[in-house]
Design a binder for this molecule. Structure first.
Ligand SMILES: Cc1cc2nc3c(=O)[nH]c(=O)nc-3n(C[C@H](O)[C@H](O)[C@H](O)COP(=O)(O)OP(=O)(O)OC[C@H]3O[C@@H](n4cnc5c(N)ncnc54)[C@H](O)[C@@H]3O)c2cc1C
Length: 504
């Protein structure tokens, strides 16, 4: 590996690193993407999963950021229709919170900023005797409904990495960058295998630090922060979600205003559950140690109970997850008001280009990646234009312009397979599902059945093409089946993976 040289080394396999690697590989650069743990193992699998303009940022007058994010919502929905879909957001009116005229103004502006887009515009409804009003407590009389999109955040990362690899990028997981130094006008990147602890070194013409909430720690760790007074500051803000049994019918989400002016989302999740989040708590530990605190748990439970007829307690919480937002610190006192925009910082002290990414949102990862690679193109005297706005993400290239039509076609094509399994594959893999299904004529061709409709062909595919290396990678990130399957199924998959590893 010492002899290996890449045009670009991207450090960090979250949504931004994977997006940058994909974009750069598509512009002809030889790319190495390294991730210290698993792809999407950090912030990018712990989001609220909204691809949105961010209606609440209008209150902070972030009009151009909201407009940019709404444009991206449309681009992503068109190019990754398997992973991203529209969702109705129901904002019940609470007379103790923002006045109705202000909410109406905000939603009207949101519609205008999204003008010309394919999602339905907003509407005002009475809640009485509607499915929207049914689960809420009777204090609410009316609501505004507006549109946003919902995404499988983890698979968005994984499929960006798959797309990058399909364009010849090299992707290494469990590979942490330990040292960066300039040798003979190139970057020498020392990489440690975080499981075996072996190290290796490669060289790269350019480096991008896309380590999300680690952006500052990374620079300190590799010894190149410090002396630069212009370095942006990052504010780490933990956010947690809780998962409950399904609390209401319908595919919509509720947007609930809180007494502290924050907003809490309550959405049905994976068909059988309800997701409630998120909180905002200052955080100064290693982002890997982010866990829900007692205060956050109580806050989310109280927020739910204040709006819904059904009342919950801690014993109803099935699962909780937390992530750390790497916010670009703009000096604002209140965490909710800190910008969700991003900044790309060029470390000009070094001759070979080196950029660090600060801030951002899942929603704007493609635009951020394009900005980063445009910058790299200029810095390296290259001239390849951006391409990701008009090219489907891998798996999103179905001929039908609509995901539902694609699913129906796949159900007809694989008529011997249970419809809900076809649907799950179509959502997770899009057209890539044909990789492991196209040779099969019946269930007998899918290999071992591990339980809960999980078959060997899918596991083999994930191990071979998506860098999965253990059962956690498979059930919590690449498939999100963790909540639905039995201990026995998990054990069966684990034993299978172990037997394959021993064979190798
Ligand atoms: C609670 C919460 C809710 C959110 N909800 C939304 C939402 O609904 N919509 C939205 O648009 N955005 C949302 N966001 C924001 C969004 O999730 C983040 O902006 C985005 O995921 C950040 O991605 P990233 O790639 O920068 O960071 P990460 O996903 O954290 O990736 C950074 C990666 O770098 C790796 N790394 C660190 N150090 C090294 C090293 N030395 N070598 C190699 N790899 C390294 C880490 O292991 C990690 O995987 C939310 C964030 C949070 C926390």
């Amino acid at each position: 590996m010492e002899a290996l040289h890449y045009d670009l080394c991207v450090i960090g396999g979250g949504i931004n690193g994977a997006g940058i690697a994909r974009d750069a590989a598509g512009r002809g650069l030889s790319v190495l993407l390294i991730e210290a743990e698993d792809l999407a193992g950090a912030t990018s699998s712990a989001s609220t999963k909204l691809i949105h303009g961010g209606i609440r940022y209008l209150e902070h007058k972030e009009f151009s950021m909201v407009r940019k994010a709404l444009k991206e919502r449309e681009v992503l929905y068109k190019n990754a229709g398997h992973l991203i879909w529209p969702i109705e957001c129901v904002l019940p009116h609470d007379e103790n919170q923002r006045p109705q005229w202000l909410i109406r103004l905000g939603v009207w502006l949101y519609d205008i900023l999204a003008a010309g887009r394919s999602l339905p515009g907003s509407r005002f409804i009475g809640l009485r005797d509607t499915e929207y009003g049914a689960p809420l407590n009777k204090g609410y009389e009316d609501a505004l409904i507006y549109s946003d999109c919902w995404a499988d955040d983890t698979r968005l990362v994984i499929l960006n990495a798959v797309d990058a690899a399909a364009r010849d990028a090299k992707v290494l997981t469990h590979a942490a960058c330990e040292k960066l130094e300039v040798v003979n006008n190139r970057w020498r990147v020392t990489i440690r295998d975080t499981r075996s602890h072996d190290t290796l070194a490669v060289t790269a013409g350019m480096v991008v630090n896309a380590t999300g909430p680690w952006v500052g720690r990374f620079l300190e760790g590799v010894g190149i922060s410090g002396a630069d007074p212009d370095l942006p500051h990052v504010r780490l803000v933990k956010g947690s979600h809780i998962i409950l049994p399904k609390m209401f019918e319908g595919d919509h989400a509720y947007v609930l205003q809180q007494p502290d002016k924050r907003i809490i989302f309550v959405a049905n999740y994976q068909g059988e559950y309800t997701l409630v989040g998120t909180t905002e708590e200052d955080f100064d530990d290693d982002p890997r140690n982010a866990r829900i605190s007692d205060d956050e748990m109580a806050y989310l439970i109280d927020a739910f109970n204040a709006s819904f007829d059904k009342q919950i307690s801690r014993s109803d919480v099935i699962f909780a997850y937390s992530g750390v937002r790497p916010l670009l610190d703009d000096g604002t006192a209140n965490n909710s008001e800190v910008t969700r925009g991003y900044r790309i910082y060029h470390h000009k002290r070094y001759d070979p280009p080196f950029l660090s990414v600060y801030g951002g949102k899942l929603t704007t990862y493609r635009a951020l990646s394009e900005d980063v690679v445009n910058r790299l193109m200029r810095l390296s005297g290259r001239n390849e234009p951006g391409w990701t706005a008009t090219t489907p993400l891998v798996g999103g290239d179905f001929e039908e312009d609509n995901f539902d039509v694609f699913v129906k076609k796949q159900i007809r094509r694989y008529s011997w397979l249970m419809h809900d399994v076809v649907y799950r594959y179509a959502r997770a893999y899009g057209t890539r599902m044909d990789y492991f299904l196209s040779q099969a004529d019946g269930l007998h061709d899918l290999g071992i059945h591990f339980g809960d409709d999980i078959y060997q062909v899918e596991i083999d595919y994930l191990l071979t093409f998506e860098w999965a290396s253990d059962v956690e990678d498979i059930i919590w990130r690449r498939s999100k089946m963790g909540l639905h399957i039995t201990e026995e199924t998990i054990r069966n998959i684990e034993e299978y993976i172990n037997s394959k590893t021993e064979e190798e």
